[in-house]
Design a protein around this ligand. Structure first.
Ligand code: PLP
Length: 418
């Protein structure tokens, strides 16, 4: 049997895989260039002046099957637009999951609300409804489920809790374009859904975001919030009807994003094909747990998430990921490393200057805790998690190399023990 690369053997793969960090792993090409040139030659670069942002919004809304979409400058902005539309009171609590980008949490703080973190469950890496319920108080205003890695969160129990307690649901779909839950797209189950167009996402314009909703009132508020509270992008007079930010996407970003949205079905199909075939090819390895995809659901593989039974394997996740990477297969361990509330920004509770605002708005005996052990299953998930890169430009040969690299390491697992 060939020696492991980590032990000096020849790697399964010696040439780079297509990467989402550059053109090799992206679908950006002639279509984007044509639309960008149109914008440049028109000289209409701002959304109030040109048609492209509005076209993007209507194109993405129709792809998602909803009437309202507001484009903005990032996935973080898209979540801020959603939170701004919901308009919590200062000191209200918003529940989300501890494995996410800080972009899910910052908008909550910007609206002077308090992020509360509920534990996750490992079959979907989604919010654990029982723990969400435990954390609901009379100050809870909204829940933000994050569909991690392209896997749909089990939304029904979350939506039932939201209905019971009168809470808004904002789905963070930054990593979940095209993902279906019970046959229906994520982002359309809750009150609002948000998407990111950052470089590494299924589609990109460098940075950008989109907020969708089926609720006309929330749609109006979202549009106002992204435009300084100013209706109609300046046409028809100046007015500021509510608080807001300038998160307007430019026509240049929209030109790229518009071409990208038309490619989304193909991107999603290829990722699904790759994800399913790699999952099948690893199915006989019991130490690797790949969250199963339920009937009617579609996982769209932002990454392929694998949970490793470290005890059964006798090898740490870091060692395993390192061995797989050394075979030339793009792969990493532990994702964000620790629950997001353990990063200093949150743990210190110092957001605005030296004040403890907005945390001081909570009664002292009910202060939110950002401490180790608060979400034990999340800590275990992060310990056990391996992410394998997938992108739509990967060929069947790339897929086969990924499978061969992982299988080679698993076949040599004895050598990695002890
Ligand atoms: C789950 C999640 N939420 C929010 C964000 C924030 O998006 P952006 O980086 O576009 O601001 C990201 C992206 O990094 C993300 O993965």
């Amino acid at each position: 049997m060939p020696k492991l690369a980590i032990r000096g053997g020849t790697p399964v793969r010696t040439t780079p895989f297509p990467s989402v960090g550059d053109a090799s792993g992206r679908t950006v090409g002639a279509e984007e260039e044509k639309l960008v040139r149109e914008v440049l030659s028109s000289g209409r670069l701002n959304r109030g002046a040109g048609p492209k942002v509005a076209e993007l919004e209507s194109c993405f809304a129709s792809y998602m099957g909803v009437p309202h979409c507001v484009a903005s400058t990032s996935g973080t902005a898209a979540i801020h637009v959603a939170v701004g539309a919901v308009n919590p009171e200062p000191g209200d609590e918003i529940i989300t999951g501890p494995i996410t980008d800080m972009g899910t949490v910052i908008p909550v703080l910007l609206q002077n609300a308090i992020p509360v973190f509920a534990d996750l469950e490992r079959s979907r890496l989604g919010l654990d409804p029982a723990d969400v319920e435990r954390r609901i108080t009379d100050r809870t205003r909204a829940i933000i489920p994050v569909h991690l890695m392209g896997i749909p969160t089990d939304l029904e129990p979350i939506l039932a809790l939201a209905r019971k307690h009168g809470l808004a649901v904002i789905e963070d779909c930054s990593q979940a374009y095209g993902t279906l839950y019970r046959g229906k797209p994520v982002g359309t189950w809750g009150d609002l859904g948000t998407f990111s167009l950052q470089q590494s996402k299924h589609i990109t314009c460098g940075d950008g975001g989109m907020t969708i909703t089926s609720d006309a009132r929330l749609g109006d508020r979202a549009a106002l919030f992204a435009n300084k509270g100013w209706p109609n992008y300046g046409h028809g007079g100046r007015d500021y009807v509510c608080f807001g930010v300038n998160y307007r996407m430019t026509e240049l970003q929209a030109a790229v994003a518009l071409a990208q949205v038309t490619k989304l079905p193909g991107v999603v199909d290829r990722r699904v094909e790759l994800g399913i075939s790699i999952t099948r090819a690893l199915a006989d390895l019991p130490e690797l747990y790949i969250p199963p995809v339920a009937d009617g659901d579609r996982h769209t593989y932002w990454y392929l998430a694998i949970l490793v039974d470290q005890r059964a394997l006798g090898v740490t996740t870091s060692t395993l990921a390192d061995a797989i990477s050394r075979e030339g297969v793009p792969c990493g361990a532990h994702y964000i490393g620790k629950p997001i509330f353990l990063y200093d920004l949150l743990r210190s509770k110092r957001i605005y200057g030296t004040s403890d605002y907005p945390f001081c708005l909570q009664p002292a005996d009910r202060a939110v805790r950002y401490e180790p052990g608060e979400t034990p299953e999340t800590e275990r998930i992060l310990d056990d998690l391996i992410l394998v890169s997938i992108n739509e430009r990967m060929t069947d040969r790339d897929r086969d190399d990924i499978i061969e690299g992982i299988r080679k390491v698993m076949a040599h697992i004895e050598e990695l023990r002890g």
